[in-house]
Design a protein around this ligand. Structure first.
Ligand code: HEC
Ligand code: HEC
Length: 393
């Protein structure tokens, strides 16, 4: 039952189970988030707040900022297809004890050490083995290949770092040409340069929820972006003010937290993609890989490395030249933390093709946005891009 209901059993999706009356345990797991109020100090201006300072019982995941810590918890949940409360048992009670050490959490802690030592002893400390390498969504990894896996349609999972393709033989244009076509398809560099701000309104549908929530987007060139979703239990927000990035969630352990390092680079990229005229210059090392298919469309594939270890992969529609998908990965203690945005329903706004639909997926949930309207070139209050503030409850 549980397995069927939750395709992606991370914080956001576990929350979705609140709507399902038969799953009392999950119901509790979701509700607890509201009850948790961590005594979280403000991050010192000198540097990000580290996990061991924010939490009570950190034994192995030390020395990483809170955003990376939460990304790591999301990766654990995704790798094993479990909810937070499956390791943090007792998390469904009125007094969740995240710092307690129930058996599965202790196994997980041993696994972190095992993974670290496998990588150290065999791969020069490169993070090539992760929880996903073995678990692939199962709590107990399979030992034996099924013959179906060999003789039916193979499910192919590409490696994170894609192989470089030779445009002369691989059926792909070079990176430069794909990027130039993208600018042309969007409406051209001139039109892009004339779009200096916009707001958009619509809805966001959280994975597993029955109802959509109202959503607002604010953007200001060259790279400021803010998204607000008014969810049932509070607001979700992502802001980037050109320098600092914040995430605010209604129902999590930590209310809002800054993104650091590679995760902040991901937020910077999202904001750049709000004004894609600057995309080409965003990266210095574009690499073209082999064409692929995403969302049933044939696409050209580009990959590039951002600052602080951020990795980004772009999928451009062969027919339209527009961007179908971008995946950017942040680094973490146990491997990369992916964020994936799928764009569709492009329509012209002030001479620029803008996506009226997109899906934002990360390890803590997936939101499907449908925009009703864009308002191009209107003044946007600077404060929108600041550290978000939760609405009063
Ligand atoms: C596979 C098991 C597993 C899952 C699933 C999991 N965690 Fe954890 N969690 C751990 C382990 C192990 C630690 C301790 C890490 C350490 O000692 O360095 C921990 C620690 C924590 C802490 C710190 C508690 C304290 O005060 O010391 C918080 C908060 C937390 N997890 C939240 C979450 C959230 C939220 C989720 C769901 C998104 C989640 N965890 C999913 C295994 C898990
Ligand atoms: C090298 C393969 C491998 C890797 C990598 C790996 N695991 Fe495991 N894990 C296993 C196997 C095998 C089992 C089942 C052991 C058994 O059945 O006794 C397991 C079991 C577990 C369990 C217990 C599940 C249950 O049913 O209670 C947890 C929790 C877990 N792993 C967490 C993790 C986490 C978190 C990571 C990444 C930090 C990780 N594992 C990485 C192989 C792996």
């Amino acid at each position: 039952m549980k397995q069927k209901l939750f395709v992606l059993l991370t914080a956001g999706a576990c929350l979705a189970a609140l709507d399902h009356p038969s799953d009392k345990k999950q119901r509790g797991t979701g509700l607890l988030f509201e009850a948790v109020a961590f005594a979280q100090a403000q991050p010192a201006p000198s540097g990000p707040q580290m996990s061991e300072a924010a939490f009570k019982n950190i034994q192995v995941l030390k020395g990483i900022p809170v955003d990376e810590f939460m990304g790591t918890m999301g990766l654990f949940s995704a790798a094993l297809s479990v909810c937070c409360g499956d390791c943090h048992t007792g998390a469904g009670t009125d007094h969740p004890q995240w710092e307690a050490d129930p058996p599965r959490k202790r196994v997980a802690r041993r696994m972190i050490e095992m993974v670290n030592s496998i990588n150290k002893q065999n791969f020069n400390g490169r993070q090539v083995v992760t929880c996903w390498t073995c678990h692939r969504g199962a709590q107990s990894p399979a030992q034996t290949p099924t013959l179906d896996a060999i003789y039916s349609t193979p499910t192919f999972t590409p490696t994170d770092i894609l192989p470089a393709a030779n445009p002369a033989t691989a059926g792909t244009p070079p990176a430069d040409q794909i990027l130039d076509n993208y600018i042309k398809a969007l409406g051209g560099a001139d039109n892009l340069a004339k779009l200096t701000s916009y707001t958009a309104k619509g809805t966001s549908h959280l994975f597993g929820e029955a109802q959509a929530d109202a959503a607002e987007i604010y953007a200001k060139a060259p790279n400021q972006l803010a998204t607000f979703v008014h969810q049932r239990g509070g607001d979700l927000a992502r802001t980037f003010d050109g320098r600092d990035a914040w995430v605010m969630l209604p129902l999590t352990v930590v209310g809002e937290y800054p993104l650091n390092s590679s995760a902040r680079e991901g937020a910077r990229l999202d904001a750049q993609l709000a004004f894609p005229g600057g995309l080409k210059a965003f990266f210095k090392n574009w690499k073209v890989s082999y064409p692929a298919t995403v969302n049933e469309k044939d696409v050209y594939v580009l990959q590039a490395n951002g600052d602080n270890g951020m990795l980004a992969t772009f999928y451009f529609d062969k027919k339209t030249g527009l961007l179908d998908r971008v995946v950017h990965d942040a680094t973490s203690a146990v491997g990369r933390v992916p964020t994936q945005i799928d764009y569709s329903d492009y329509r012209p706004v002030a001479g620029v093709m803008m996506p009226f639909k997109y899906t934002f997926g990360w390890v803590s949930g997936q939101e499907e946005y449908v925009l009703a309207e864009y308002q191009p070139n209107i003044p946007v209050d600077r404060a929108k891009f600041d550290r978000p503030v939760q609405r009063a409850r």
